[in-house]
Design a protein around this ligand. Structure first.
Ligand code: GLA
Length: 440
């Protein structure tokens, strides 16, 4: 048997007993349908079956989750040193205090399963064990996340959780895991809703509140069924580190920022998101090589979409312009607005898009997005604008209400809707405003 890293004898014993009980329970439940007489088919007038039970921990994602994940920058090159240094960097750079709380390992942290089927971290890369790593992260006022997969193997070819869901959830609880990203590779023959329900139940049974992030790429429209299963669901295939491109890998494609934005809109996703259940257009590529204007636009778009803000760059060696984008508290506040209503596009004119988002306390966010490779001058006459949100019932009628505005990327620049807005929107860049109703 491989040594159980970071697990004490006493807790191993408790875990073993608990595991045996849970496994017996799970097996018993699995056998139940076989023991019962076959149920008659539903008559046409039979009542609809009850909705599936809520299996997720409540209260963990009142606003979209924020943190960091290893994948976009480091792929499989992960180890405990990187995680420790990243936790330290989150504190040192002020990003923790700006809201980035989760430090999440993505694929490839795994070693093998032990003789009893419990997953172990890679002993070379994580010699201190996962409990010690989680402790290190927690000691800095941060939370710790891991990654697994609903199938037999992860996308990186490591052991998946299929058939080991309850065991894995127990290990995560024992280590002190706060966040699970759960992927969808090697799942031939599985149905997503059931597979994610199983892991949701396993996490619930293990007893530690875990933010459950579904990574199913939008294949089976998780926005229609995952609300009670997880706290966020990926809406598309993987992001690629570019602003406007599609990267064709043959049997799968990765998408640039604009391509992901368009899919959110075309799929009509905004109605499905809200406090506790978020559309996830994938992790951030800010700081991974796009020029600063594109990074700024990317970050602003994610905020308008009420997206999880999971940084994906090397936080240990971040240039100031990257730190300024990730750490822009005014834009973060738009993303984290407690009303939790996603924005939508109200106008489009030759690659110049106008997006708006209702905020708490009668406020609004406005984003002018210039998709073009040349700057655009914009004149927005407020009195011609009236934004009506069918979802929240909120209405902005500038003919009757006057708002003060602040430019969220140019601190100190402000004005009011009494006069038309004159703005220069840079190439592949944004102008972003917060609007506050003024007293009459
Ligand atoms: C899938 C996911 C990515 C990442 C990789 C890891 O592609 O969508 O976000 O987790 O797997 O292998």
């Amino acid at each position: 048997m491989k040594p159980t890293l970071g697990r004490t004898r006493a807790t191993t014993k408790i875990t073993t007993t608990l595991t045996a009980a849970l496994v017996a329970l799970a097996q018993g439940l699995a056998l139940l349908p076989l023991l019962l007489p076959t149920a008659p088919a539903h008559a046409a007038d039979a009542p609809a079956p009850p909705p599936p039970p809520r299996v997720k921990a409540e209260g963990l994602a009142a606003t979209p989750p924020m943190g960091w994940n290893s994948w976009n920058k480091f792929a499989c090159n992960v180890n405990e040193q990187l995680i420790r240094e990243t936790a330290d960097a989150l504190v040192r750079t002020g990003l923790r205090d700006a809201g980035y709380r989760y430090v999440n390992l993505d694929d490839c942290w795994h070693g093998e399963r032990d003789a009893r089927g419990f997953i172990q971290p890679d002993p070379q890369r994580f010699p201190s064990g996962m409990k010690a790593l989680a402790d290190y992260v927690h000691a800095r006022g941060l939370k710790f996340g891991v990654y697994s997969d609903a199938g037999w193997k992860t996308c990186g070819g490591r052991p998946g959780s299929r058939g080991h869901e309850y065991q894995d959830a127990l290990s995560y609880a024992e280590w002190g895991v706060d966040y699970l990203k759960y992927d969808w590779c090697e799942t031939e023959g599985l149905k997503a809703e059931g597979a994610y329900q199983t892991m949701g139940r396993a996490l619930q049974a293990a007893g530690r509140p875990v933010l459950f992030s579904l990574c199913e790429w939008g294949n089976s429209q998780p926005w229609l069924w995952a609300r009670d299963v997880g706290h966020a669901w990926r809406t598309t295939g993987d992001i690629f580190n570019c602003f406007d491109c599609i990267e064709d890998h043959g049997d799968w494609k990765a998408f640039g920022v604009l391509q992901i934005l368009d899919m959110q809109r075309e799929r009509g996703l905004r109605r499905h998101a809200g406090p506790g259940h978020w559309n996830d257009p994938d992790m951030l590529e800010v700081g991974n090589g796009m020029p600063v204007n594109q990074d700024r636009a990317h970050f602003s778009i994610w905020a308008m979409l009420a997206a999880p803000l999971i940084a994906g760059n090397d936080l240990r060696s971040m240039p100031p312009q990257t730190a300024a984008i990730l750490g822009n508290r005014a834009v973060i506040a738009i993303d984290q607005d407690p009303l939790g209503v996603q924005g939508w596009r109200v106008a489009e004119d030759a690659g110049l898009e106008t997006w708006v988002r209702p905020l708490a306390d009668g406020r609004w966010a406005l984003m002018l997005l210039n998709r073009n490779k040349a700057a655009r001058t914009v004149r927005l006459d407020w009195v011609t604008q009236a934004w009506q949100d069918e979802l929240s019932g909120r209405r902005a009628d500038f003919a009757h209400t006057r708002y003060g505005w602040q430019d969220l990327w140019q601190a100190g620049r402000q004005g009011s809707t009494a006069a038309p807005l004159e703005a220069n929107v840079g190439a592949q860049d944004v102008v972003m405003l917060a609007l506050t109703p003024l007293p009459r």
